[in-house]
Design a protein around this ligand. Structure first.
Ligand SMILES: [Zn+2]
Ligand SMILES: [Zn+2]
Ligand SMILES: [Zn+2]
Length: 130
């Protein structure tokens, strides 16, 4: 089977914290499971759903701009112009964190919980928590 191309959605649902343990919840809608305390939290956000439905993405093959027309992510699309199938994946929130050793700004994906980072510039290890 051919591997489908993936385009990342530019629209992220609101960043919410778990009502039980106040950790950051996964960036999604529907019934989310807190990765720290395993609570199930129902999150709905009609504005995000509408924006997902109306989002425009470029076909990875021919660059034609398409309207996704699906109110969830990931969404599977077929280009009307070149018939390529591709997936519009969830947006992965990213942030910049300054290394305490050399002040270099490191760009990373936001994932709930604590993570240990090794700075690629000065090898300082430090922890970040989202
Ligand atoms: Zn929690
Ligand atoms: Zn195309
Ligand atoms: Zn550093």
């Amino acid at each position: 089977m051919e591997e489908e191309a993936v385009v990342e959605s530019r629209i992220a649902p609101p960043a919410l914290s778990c009502p039980k343990c106040s950790s950051l919840l996964p960036s999604d809608l529907g019934v989310l499971t807190c990765s720290i305390c395993s609570s199930k939290v129902k999150v709905e956000h009609p504005v995000t759903r509408r924006n997902w439905n109306d989002e425009k993405v470029g076909c990875p093959e021919c660059s034609k701009v398409l309207i996704v027309g699906v109110d969830k992510r990931p969404a599977h699309l077929q280009c009307v112009s070149c018939s390529t199938h591709f997936t519009v994946a969830k947006n992965v929130p990213r942030t910049e964190v300054a290394c305490p050793g050399c002040d270099r700004r490191l760009r990373m994906k936001i994932k709930p919980g604590e993570r240990e980072i090794d700075c690629p510039a000065c090898s300082t290890s430090f922890k970040v928590k989202f």
